[in-house]
Design a protein around this ligand. Structure first.
Ligand SMILES: CSCCC(=O)C(=O)COP(=O)(O)O
Length: 227
């Protein structure tokens, strides 16, 4: 049963983050007091949401640091919704991702997503992919977790919590991520855990390469004899 860490192991850099920054000023200007937007606004600390300009500056700052704060992630999901629905955004996938996910699904292996991106944002990403002829990959996914529902991705307890939601023992799970600290946490919890090496990811030290199983494509996973 794989858990697919969905950002850098399934997707090359996408236009989603620039899109959120692009539409943020007009969203703040036109929706500041709208009932749809208010919950996203009010999730930010009061000191950073006194005015639309204050919130704009704060969100730009958080995004420049790529901070994985739940209220930022919720806002991004809200901003991405119009982009996906209008066709301005599509989630680009590495070419091995859809065929592998389909094959695992066909083989009865459950695929669960765990990301710092909010669960609503994860569902959008998998609904609107660049996969042809069927861009909507949600039927292949059995569950979604984020840092609100499962906890931090660098903590062992988060993986224990996710594994406890299904009947298989934790030793049957495989976790995939580009982030070695996440891979370590999942392994400590008792999951099998591989580092997915993709172009553009942070490099690994020699020590990290030696003590981890590395895969450059999901197609290699079967060859490693784990599925
Ligand atoms: C366009 S990527 C959306 C996911 C996201 O917001 C993010 O921060 C990625 O986090 P992950 O834990 O999946 O690396």
């Amino acid at each position: 049963m794989p858990i697919v860490e969905h950002h850098t192991s399934t997707q090359p850099p996408s236009a989603a983050f620039p899109y959120a920054l692009e539409v943020l000023p007009s969203t703040l200007a036109t929706q500041w007091n709208s009932p749809a937007f208010a919950p996203y606004r009010d999730a930010f600390p009061p000191s950073h949401r006194s005015t639309p300009d204050a919130l704009l500056a704060h969100v730009r700052d958080l995004m420049a640091q790529d901070l994985k704060i739940p209220y930022l992630k919720s806002l991004q999901g809200y901003l991405w919704l119009t982009g996906y629905e209008s066709g301005a955004l599509r989630c680009p996938l590495f070419p091995d991702v859809q065929p592998s996910m389909s094959a695992w699904h066909k083989a009865g292996i459950a695929i669960v997503i765990y990301s710092s991106g909010s669960v609503p944002a994860q569902k959008l990403l998998f609904q609107y992919t660049n996969s042809e002829p069927e861009p909507d990959l949600r039927p292949l996914v059995s569950g979604y977790f984020d840092t609100v529902s499962a906890g931090l991705k660098t903590e062992r307890a988060s993986y224990e919590k996710i594994a406890a939601t299904r009947g298989e023992g934790i030793g049957k799970w495989l976790f995939l991520s580009d982030n070695v600290r996440e891979v370590d946490a999942a392994r400590e919890a008792g999951m099998q855990s591989f580092v997915v090496v993709r172009e553009g990811n942070a490099g690994l030290s020699e020590e990290e390469k030696e003590r981890n199983t590395l895969v450059e494509s999901f197609e290699e996973i079967k060859l490693k004899g784990r599925l």
